[in-house]
Design a protein around this ligand. Structure first.
Ligand code: MTE
Ligand code: MO
Length: 325
């Protein structure tokens, strides 16, 4: 008898077997022939995917070896059970609540200053994009950090698909808005205080076209967990985590600089640029060091989160801008 205490993020031993048994039973009950006991490769891939994941058979995607890490990968458990996703509440333990998100159907709109606005289903969009896996660091302004394998596609591929006009200066991204699904979006304090839903973020066109800017569709070789921002979330590893907007429904090309969710809520603490810099403290968090999720290891923060080689040139001539808040 195992008496070891299991931490909440450890996978239950034999969980995959349980799932296989469950699927066979379900097939039996619906009158479909039971799945063979020995699963084909594709069958195993389907079982590994989360049941509601979008286009699960595309995972795992091939890893792009250009993006390596200076530290071990963070364990999957803490990454999928310690989250910021205010739509589902202000605590870090929103993973269960986030399961209410319905991923099918999920419409994505591309509009604003583009040749031709379009709305398409997220699965169609993902199937048009070149999926790959990248190992990236992630740094929250609250001074915690992680190192994770994202699956997804370069944001540049979406720009090429969208064909923005020459007059477009910014890309504005927007999260779903559905108070019935997301309790955080319900008005709690009424007229006293409401968050400015939906969550919005923005990048300059040069930032959006940078090779590092990525749209995440998966994590740890599987479709994106809902709590991490399924089915599409921005990944900008040189910026604080609040820029990496989750569960996207809209990409708009604009001439005006969009105001982000946290910039609207508290403009004195959160700005448009939000580039990681150890020398510029947030009013509530020193940015000198970061703490790795899962291990608690402390490391010195790096300028641009260690990605200066890829992005420092984007900020030349912008010294008067608040680049690090
Ligand atoms: N829509 C939406 N996106 C969001 C947030 C949020 O509250 N809502 N939180 C942000 C913050 S502050 C961080 S650090 C990351 C956390 O991503 P993770 O939960 O996958 O680690 O998501 C970002 N994207
Ligand atoms: Mo964050």
């Amino acid at each position: 008898m195992l008496t070891r205490v299991r931490r909440s993020w450890e996978m239950r031993e034999g969980a995959a077997t349980d799932e296989a048994v469950y699927l066979r039973r379900r097939a039996f009950m619906t009158g479909v022939a039971a799945a063979p006991l020995v699963l084909s490769g594709a069958g195993r891939a389907l079982l590994a995917a989360s049941p509601e994941g979008v286009a699960g058979e595309l995972y795992p995607a091939a890893r792009n070896p250009a993006w390596t890490l200076d530290r071990p990968l963070t364990a999957e458990g803490p990454v999928t059970s310690f989250n910021n996703f205010y739509e589902f509440g202000g605590s870090k333990r929103i993973a269960a609540a986030a399961q209410a998100l319905k991923l099918e159907p999920w419409a994505v709109t591309i509009d604003g200053l583009v040749e031709k606005p379009v709305t398409l289903d997220v699965e169609d969009l993902i199937r048009k994009m070149p999926l790959e896996e990248r190992l990236y660091r992630h740094r929250c302004v609250e001074a915690w950090a992680m190192a994770v394998p994202w699956t997804g596609f370069p944001l540049k591929a979406l720009l090429d698909f969208a064909r923005p006009l020459g007059s477009a200066k910014y890309l504005r991204m927007e999260t779903f808005h559905d108070p019935e699904v997301a309790p955080g979006q319900r008005s709690v304090l009424g007229f006293l205080f409401d968050y400015p839903w939906p969550y919005v973020e923005g990048l300059t066109m040069a930032e959006a076209a940078n090779e590092l800017a990525f749209i995440g569709t998966g994590l740890y070789g599987k479709p994106m967990p809902k709590q991490n921002g399924a089915p599409l979330r921005l990944v900008t590893p040189w910026k604080y985590g609040f820029k990496s907007i989750k569960s996207l429904v809209r990409f708009s090309f604009t001439e005006e600089r969009p105001k982000g969710f946290w910039e609207i809520v508290q403009g004195s603490e959160y700005g448009f640029w939000a580039n990681v810099n150890p020398a510029v403290p947030h009013p509530r968090w020193s940015q000198a060091e970061e703490e790795m999720l899962g291990t608690g290891e402390r490391r010195p923060t790096q300028l641009f989160n260690g990605y200066g080689e890829q992005v420092a040139h984007l900020y030349e001539g912008l010294a008067d801008e608040p680049l690090y808040m």
